[in-house]
Design a protein around this ligand. Structure first.
Ligand SMILES: C[S@@+](CC[C@H](N)C(=O)[O-])C[C@H]1O[C@@H](n2cnc3c(N)ncnc32)[C@H](O)[C@@H]1O
Length: 277
């Protein structure tokens, strides 16, 4: 049976890739039988969901459908952001990650920045994301504790589109020193073109950013423009879709009166807008 499924996998992915993935599935610590893993992959499920983990910098992040699988471009800018902050900041940072998913962004910052210098909060509308991010905080060793000499990350369920966000009862209160976000940014026409492996497995709430893909940037810019939302010298770092960087820059300069800069991803695409007041 395995050899038939393996032949089907080779037909789908090519011989080389199929052999590699077969090796990874055999080594996986998952309790799912190998034959079942192969069948799921043949059906088009993303490999990361089958292996149940994804490397993100030095971390191993647990992944579980339908929570968005962390992408290499997000890993790239988060590492760069940590390097910049490491050089420029001597103080403790209060960090808010909007649309936290697995918690990968704040957890990598907790890992890369000095112990006791990061107290991070993540917000997500999805209960599956909040429980996975909480699990990842524990697995990576950054669950909240009374020990302020350690970095910490805590996830909460809320919508940052809600006009009353962040409500007092939430346990997350401004001002913040750093806002990070990889918000949903797929436009309607792009959503219709998504490959089966994305559209059928990852949560549409994690992908669809409104008709032109920019709804969440308008919401973030309005939030950070509020009086007392940011500490002096605060930084806002948002990931953007291909071709969106100029529009997102404009949103932050007009709505929040911030100065902006663009970072490229490893494929030379304009991927991150950095805004400072
Ligand atoms: C593109 S995913 C990013 C996940 C993670 N930060 C990453 O980079 O892998 C966007 C996330 O935003 C969440 N989201 C969508 N609408 C939201 C809202 N109104 N408020 C809070 N989170 C939201 C989704 O559930 C999803 O987890």
């Amino acid at each position: 049976m395995t050899s038939v499924t393996l032949a089907l996998l080779s037909a789908r992915l090519g011989k080389r890739q199929a052999a590699l993935e077969y090796k990874w599935m055999k080594r996986a610590t998952s309790e799912v039988p190998l034959e079942r893993m192969l069948a799921r992959r043949v059906a088009g499920e993303p490999l990361q969901y089958i292996l149940a983990e994804q490397p993100f910098g030095p971390l191993t992040i647990k992944v579980k459908p339908p929570v968005l699988i962390p992408r290499p471009e997000t890993e790239h800018w988060t590492i760069r952001l940590a390097e910049v902050l490491n050089r420029s900041s001597a103080r403790t940072l209060s960090v808010l990650d909007l649309g936290t998913g697995t918690g990968c962004i704040p957890l990598l910052l907790c890992n890369m920045l000095p112990a006791g210098s990061v107290h991070a909060y993540g917000i997500d509308i999805s209960s599956e994301a909040v429980s996975l991010a909480t699990e990842n905080a524990a697995l990576c060793g950054f669950s909240p504790s009374h020990d302020i000499t350690r970095n910490s990350f805590q996830a909460f369920q809320a919508s940052f589109l809600d006009p009353s966000f962040p409500h007092i009862s939430l346990g997350v209160a401004p001002p913040f020193d750093l806002i990070t976000s990889n918000p949903p940014y797929i436009s309607w026409p792009e959503y219709m073109q998504l490959p089966h492996s994305v559209a059928s497995y990852e949560d549409p709430k994690a992908l669809f950013g409104g008709p032109d893909g920019l709804d969440f940037y308008h919401a973030i810019a309005k939030l950070v423009a509020r009086k007392d939302f940011l500490n002096p010298g605060a930084v806002v770092a948002v990931e953007v879709g291909d071709g969106q960087a100029a529009s997102v820059q404009r949103i932050f300069t007009t709505t929040a009166q911030m100065k902006t800069q663009i970072w490229l991803d490893p494929w030379q695409k304009k991927r991150t807008v950095i805004a400072r007041r």
